[in-house]
Design a protein around this ligand. Structure first.
Ligand SMILES: *[C@@H]1O[C@H](CO)[C@@H](O)[C@H](O)[C@H]1NC(C)=O
Ligand SMILES: *[C@@H]1O[C@H](CO)[C@@H](O)[C@H](O)[C@H]1NC(C)=O
Ligand SMILES: *[C@@H]1O[C@H](CO)[C@@H](O)[C@H](O)[C@H]1NC(C)=O
Ligand SMILES: *[C@@H]1O[C@H](CO)[C@@H](O)[C@H](O)[C@H]1NC(C)=O
Ligand SMILES: *[C@@H]1O[C@H](CO)[C@@H](O)[C@H](O)[C@H]1NC(C)=O
Ligand SMILES: *[C@@H]1O[C@H](CO)[C@@H](O)[C@H](O)[C@H]1NC(C)=O
Ligand SMILES: *[C@@H]1O[C@H](CO)[C@@H](O)[C@H](O)[C@H]1NC(C)=O
Ligand SMILES: *[C@@H]1O[C@H](CO)[C@@H](O)[C@H](O)[C@H]1NC(C)=O
Length: 878
């Protein structure tokens, strides 16, 4: 019995940490064969029901832990989870989260593993569990989730992430779509599909049915002839839309519940008055500013002649392009584009005054009849930072709400991770708008454009959908502020009288030329007549759709309002989650694991993230959001390689005498060289431990003619024979044709070399009178994907990834740091689970990042020997 052993309680926590990212897969520690992976998705009128099944066999002659990980859309609710082991099924049960948590904590403290859900990228959430499987036994995991597909930009999207990481005998994706309104189009593709695999996607579309399947054979999955790698790795996406014949929309009545889809075709375009309020503060410098400019240029180009627009860039000062809105004529747009191209970043973030200026501009222009009456007013705020000047979010919200007074819409975009997103979200909602996060990534331009496209064409406002009071009850939200082009309004409810076959439906809204009003009779739909062979699938989908919508709206409502209302809404949402077996932020799915030699059966839990957890994860997410590996050296030369794909890190240390110069990055193809020289302590500390740090970096980019010499005191930049010296006590931003430098006073130097590499050097300031330590530097690679495949060096060799597996976790020397065996480059290494600090987000205290520590100067992990990387000078290659 190991259950009560304190060591194992630590171990179980680490199990989560080292689960590599193998969505929809089983983790093969060794000799685990995954022989079947299937995705089965059925959509009935936008309501998607997805079943993921994965089967594996433990071929080893000892029992092994087998991991099951899947990613599913954040908007989905898990509804069932089961495991079948040796013919016995273990089925999950949805319980109140608080109660489940107690069981969970007990399980963790008794050393058993439990399921865990975490954020995975922008759209997905990851669920993982593991079970111990006996020698030569099979296991099958089945996970079911449901979601209501939301129409955006004229289409619905079904997203499935498949990453089996090994060849699978039976691999299959099947999607069936049943849309009584008729299917307008269906597209299916995989982000991983090459030209050879694309024809394997089979698509059959009839009037109101579509079937998509993708089942490559084992040979077709193979990356290359004779190798074991799989091509299946990424997102499988199905996009479709339905026909819209009726202005009233489509109403379906099934089993005592109705659902109304409203998205009238052919409404006229609404001209608008739009003010772009653009944060140009110092923190926007570099890529973010470039992307914002790029997006704005596209957006300006798309304005229609009858639109009016204004640009209000701001930092601590508010600097409008013009003092009033301009008609979107060709000349005005061209002039504005020129102005946008010339924007640069500097200064602080005065959100309050910037937004108020926009509101006043709109009010004044209306007063002076400078803009047409019928145009719609909207403000689009983009910011990447916390408000300055007026820093109190509630005060800003109050000011803005008071000024807008319900007369215009405010949309907020939070760019990156340093924004107070909740503040923006609330402010947008208070003013008939919505907020969106823009993730700092290479596609930020597209994210910005996409958001603008979504909200820039409202077709109706104050949309009221009415049903006869005496015929329906428990109707979901039926008033909407706006209907945007390409979206859809969905309302569901219960029929109070099951016999009702017809009832009157009316929709009222403000159109922009004239008021909008339609009405019609809704009648029950005969699903079994339309789909004679499939009727059994649909039984209760309208009811579940109603429950899904109701829960989502109650959860949303429970975020604000008086506390009694909040409590009531939460209680109702919980009741419905339990009744319909949905894993929502209020519930958990509990599966009691089979008894093993390790101890009695213990629960596994499937959870959904709560908002609170998500917001604490946003920083964590940012660390891993780039798909590049981030390679770092910081602190007592600790090298760290973050592997975002696996959400894990490797680290190692090199002990040597101060003054040694190491090659960190070397790419002869692109002419890049980064060397670092170590320094020691001022004098040996009493504990006798000699620490070394990096105290100087030499950076050369041959073809760009750039050379940087960075010490803890200053930064020497030479470019094409010109030399500039900067002190760490300066703040500077240099933008050149080949290189951008951003120096944040006494903190960091961000270097972007055109089409090559981006990195940050951090200055760690130690108290001047510290008896032993002195200032030192850290080096972080931010973007290395443009370097050639031959890039090498202590950090460079990891830029293009590294494969490894970790198994056999066992007690280490220190209780919190277990040891394990790492299989890497054909050898087995003893590694230790440890922590390494990442100082990028918190320069002072750093952030603990768990990593696998490879001992002995990284021997076995790095190519060759640490001494192979020692060079003779700061700019030398040997
Ligand atoms: C099974 O166990 C025996 C010893 O118990 C070992 O010699 C053999 O290599 C193992 N076989 C496999 C396939 O692991
Ligand atoms: C959950 O899954 C199990 C096993 O696949 C199945 O027997 C059971 O009926 C499912 N429960 C629900 C509510 O669908
Ligand atoms: C495991 O599954 C495979 C494939 O379905 C089957 O051939 C085999 O008999 C199963 N083994 C056990 C031990 O159940
Ligand atoms: C709505 O969007 C579609 C395509 O996305 C476009 O063709 C249509 O003109 C738009 N309608 C309005 C009124 O903007
Ligand atoms: C908002 O619109 C209403 C009605 O048109 C008007 O009475 C009110 O003064 C406006 N508020 C502001 C701040 O302009
Ligand atoms: C909350 O629920 C209680 C008990 O069901 C009820 O008496 C009370 O009126 C409700 N409060 C609100 C604000 O809905
Ligand atoms: C790893 O550690 C084990 C003891 O835990 C030891 O027996 C083995 O020799 C070590 N292997 C290496 C490669 O250091
Ligand atoms: C590696 O480690 C050993 C022992 O800790 C040390 O003596 C040696 O100098 C280190 N450095 C290099 C570059 O090999």
């Amino acid at each position: 019995m190991i259950g009560g052993d304190p060591y194992f309680s630590t171990l179980s926590l680490f199990v989560f940490l080292f689960v590599p990212s193998l969505p929809l897969s089983l983790f093969l520690s060794s000799q685990v064969e995954v022989y079947s992976v299937t995705v089965d998705c059925t959509v009935a009128s936008r309501f998607a029901h997805t079943v993921l099944t994965s089967s594996a066999i433990n071929k080893a002659n000892t029992s092994q832990e087998i991991f099951f990980e899947v990613e599913m859309p954040k908007t989905a609710f898990i509804t069932n989870f089961s495991m079948e082991i040796e013919g016995q099924a273990y089925v999950g049960e949805v319980k109140e989260k608080e109660k489940a948590k107690k069981q969970y904590e007990k399980a963790v403290s008794s050393g058993q593993t439990a399921g865990l859900v975490k954020v995975s990228g922008r759209k997905m959430e990851k669920f993982s569990v593991s079970v111990n499987i006996a020698a030569n036994s099979n296991v099958t995991f089945v996970l079911t989730y449901q979601e209501l597909l939301q129409r955006k930009l004229g289409q619905y999207e079904i997203l499935t992430r498949v990453k089996p990481k090994q060849l699978v005998q039976n691999f299959q994706i099947e999607v069936d779509i049943y849309e009584p309104q008729g299917i307008a189009f269906v597209d299916a593709y995989g982000t991983f599909l090459s030209n050879e695999l694309l024809p394997l996607v089979e698509k059959t579309v009839t009037d109101n049915k579509a079937h998509i399947s993708f089942s490559p054979t084992l040979e077709q999955q193979r990356k290359c002839p004779g190798c074991d790698g799989t091509l299946i790795d990424g997102d499988f996406i199905v996009k479709y839309d339905v026909n819209r014949a009726k202005t009233l929309g489509d109403i379906q009545i099934v089993n005592g519940y109705f659902v109304h889809f409203f998205a009238p075709p052919d409404l006229p375009r609404v001209p608008k008055n739009v003010v772009f309020v653009i944060d140009r503060s110092g923190s926007m410098a570099g890529t973010k500013m470039d992307q914002t400019q790029e997006a704005l240029l596209e957006i300006l180009k798309d304005l229609h002649m009858e639109d009016y627009f204004a640009l209000i860039p701001f930092d601590h000062e508010i600097t409008p392009w013009k003092n009033s809105l301009m008609k979107a004529t060709e000349e005005n747009v061209a002039e504005a584009m020129k102005y946008v191209s010339g924007l640069f970043a500097r200064g602080g973030t005065n959100i309050n005054d910037a937004v108020l200026r926009a509101v006043n501009m709109l009010i004044n222009d209306r007063k002076n009849n400078n803009v047409p009456d019928r145009n719609l007013d909207m403000i689009i705020l983009l910011t990447d930072g916390l408000p300055e000047a007026e820093t109190r979010p509630p005060k800003i919200q109050e000011n803005v709400r008071g000024a807008i007074d319900g007369n215009m819409s405010l949309f907020c975009l939070g760019f990156g991770n340093n924004v107070d997103y909740t503040f923006l979200d609330v402010m947008a909602r208070q003013n008939k708008g919505v907020a969106r996060r823009i993730y700092e990534a290479s596609d930020a331009t597209l994210q910005l454009q996409g958001f603008y496209e979504e909200v820039s064409s409202p077709l109706l406002s104050e949309v009221d959908l009415r049903y006869p009071d005496n015929a329906v009850e428990f109707v979901t939200t039926n008033h909407f502020r706006q209907l945007f082009n390409g979206s859809e309004i969905v309302v569901a409810g219960r029929l109070s009288d099951n016999d009702i076959n017809n009832f009157l439906v009316e929709v009222f809204a403000n159109g922009f030329e004239e008021d909008f009003k339609v009405q019609g009779q809704a009648s029950a739909m005969e699903w079994d007549v339309i789909y004679p062979d499939q009727e059994y699938i649909f039984g209760d989908f309208t009811e579940r759709m109603w429950a899904y919508l109701t829960i989502q709206q109650l959860l949303e409502k429970s975020k604000s309002g008086p506390s009694e209302e909040k409590e009531n809404n939460t209680a109702k949402a919980l009741d419905l989650s339990l009744q319909y077996s949905f894993v929502t932020p209020l519930t958990s799915m509990v599966v009691t694991k089979p008894e093993t030699e390790d101890g009695p059966g213990s629960p596994l839990i499937a959870d959904k993230l709560t908002e609170a957890v998500m917001s604490t994860l946003s920083v964590y997410y940012s660390l891993y959001s780039s798909s590049d590996n981030t390679c770092t050296v910081d602190g007592d030369p600790h090298f760290m390689i973050e592997l975002p794909e696996r959400e894990d890190s490797l680290c190692f240390n090199i002990n040597d005498t101060p003054g040694t110069i190491f090659n960190l990055v070397r790419d002869l193809t692109s002419g890049i060289l980064v060397n670092g020289q170590t320094i020691g302590d001022k004098k040996i500390p009493p504990d006798g431990k000699i620490n070394t740090y990096f105290g100087r970096f030499g950076i050369v980019h041959q073809s760009l003619g750039v050379r940087l010499d960075v010490t803890t005191k200053d930064i020497l930049v030479s470019q094409d024979g010109k030399r500039v010296k900067m002190l760490w006590s300066d703040a500077a931003s240099l933008k050149g044709a080949n290189m951008d430098l951003l120096l944040t006073k006494d903190r960091s130097l961000t270097v972007t070399l055109r089409d090559s590499v981006k990195f940050v050097i951090l200055l760690h300031k130690v108290w001047e009178k510290h008896p032993y330590h002195q200032n030192y530097l850290g080096f972080y690679t931010l973007d290395s994907h443009l370097l050639s495949p031959s890039v090498h060096g202590l950090l460079g060799q990891f830029y293009h990834g590294i494969e490894f597996e970790v198994a056999d976790l066992r007690p280490g020397e220190v209780e919190e740091k277990p040891d394990a065996t790492m299989y890497i480059k054909g050898q087995a290494l003893n590694v230790t689970r440890g922590w390494q600090k990442d100082y990028r987000w918190d320069v002072k205290n750093g952030e603990n990042v768990p990593c696998w520590f490879v001992h002995s100067n990284g021997t076995g992990l790095i190519d060759g020997d640490a001494s192979d990387y020692v060079v003779s000078g700061l700019f030398k290659t040997v």
